[in-house]
Design a protein around this ligand. Structure first.
Ligand code: SF4
Length: 345
């Protein structure tokens, strides 16, 4: 019997667990520090690019856990991961020991880290007024409102104008995150369409630096947002947001296509917050000597061996490596499971 530990029960962790648990003579220990699985996915209403329900995907993923040889440990934070033998001593594979916050220890044959991401804390961009003005919200807050099917402005009325701002906490010198978070462009397009479907009278503007529509169906969605739903795009970065006496948000920007400063007032300003490595990701990647400058996991070779770390038996998958869509995380998790199966053979 081989035992594999997976740390993080988001979509990537669950997908890898279901693939590995289908192998004979295998037990999977799946650890999650929260009281529930897939917290980030549960916060979403609809998924891009097909507007399918996030709740349906949660249900599909939960069903994958229904196997006797998957042991799910909720509310269990793994605090230490260490190899306890050399590959030679263990007969070709390393022995690993995990410890959780209560001090319990687990002996396993391989470890997969799928601890994922956390969203950028918009309070860190003080000039944009998040947490100060009720009319400034994040893309996560808007997703919750879309899920409820109810969007109101700061004074409880139906909004007339909603402005989205891209690249909050990504591609940003001040916050120290120089990378692109990859999914926030398409998320803004998706959310603006959803807003227009729910409230057809609302004007929607997206302020962008570049629009990165990199996935299948994304470019078509972007075109449709303009042609069918009337979403407007402004190339420029908002430098400041402040409240007006009637609860609206006054923004200052520059339209970089025409080279002119721009002021606009809106009922809601939506900050498209990027991804950062979760606390669990940072802790484990640093402990296992596979952290990049931000705390995301690095691999042996980003092309050919993108799930392997330098330590035999220690693997990584999903958005603990870099910002990734849910689809890409699931694909990456299947790839990691295959690598682990090969290793254990
Ligand atoms: S995906 Fe778009 S919004 Fe997100 S960081 Fe990259 S360019 Fe900015």
């Amino acid at each position: 019997m081989r035992t594999i530990a997976i740390i993080g029960a988001g979509p990537a962790g669950i997908e890898a667990a279901s693939v590995l648990a289908a192998m004979e003579e295998t037990e999977v220990l799946l650890f999650e520090k929260s009281a529930t699985t897939m917290d980030n996915l549960r916060d979403k209403a609809f998924l891009f690019p097909d507007f399918s329900s996030a709740a349906d995907l949660v249900e599909i993923m939960e069903a994958k856990l229904n196997r006797d040889n998957i042991k799910l440990h909720l509310s269990t934070a793994i605090t230490s991961v260490a190899s306890t033998s050399t590959a030679t001593e263990a007969g070709g594979i390393m022995a690993w020991e995990l410890q959780d916050a209560s001090g319990a220890r687990y002996q396993v044959d391989a470890v997969l880290v799928t601890t994922g991401y956390r969203v950028f804390d918009a309070h860190r961009k003080e000039e944009l007024g998040y947490g100060i003005y009720p009319g400034v919200i994040t893309s996560i807050d808007l997703e919750k409102k879309l899920k409820e099917g109810k969007i109101l402005n700061a004074v409880g009325d139906i909004p007339k104008k909603i402005v989205f701002l891209q690249c909050v906490g990504s591609r940003d010198e001040k916050s120290g995150n120089h990378y692109c978070s990859k999914v926030c462009c398409v998320t803004a397009v998706k959310q603006a369409i959803e807003v227009r479907k729910l409230l057809p009278e609302v004007e929607t503007y997206i302020f962008y630096m570049d629009l990165r529509m990199w996935g299948g169906g994304f470019e078509e969605m972007y075109r449709e947002s303009q042609e069918k739903y009337g979403v407007r795009y402004v190339r420029g970065r908002i430098s400041e947001a402040a409240s007006t006496y009637d609860g609206k948000i006054q923004i200052k920007s520059e339209d970089t296509l025409v080279g002119l400063p721009l002021k606009m007032s809106a009922d809601l300003l939506v900050l498209m917050v990027g991804m950062e490595p979760s606390e669990g990701t940072k802790t484990l990647t640093r402990q296992c000597n596979c952290a990049d400058a931000y705390g995301f996991a690095t691999t042996v070779n980003p092309h050919a061996r993108d799930n392997e770390t330098a330590q035999p038996g220690l693997y990584v998958a999903g958005s603990c490596k870099r910002p990734m869509s849910i689809n890409d995380s699931l694909t990456d998790a299947r790839s990691a499971a295959l690598r682990i199966a090969e290793y254990l053979k």
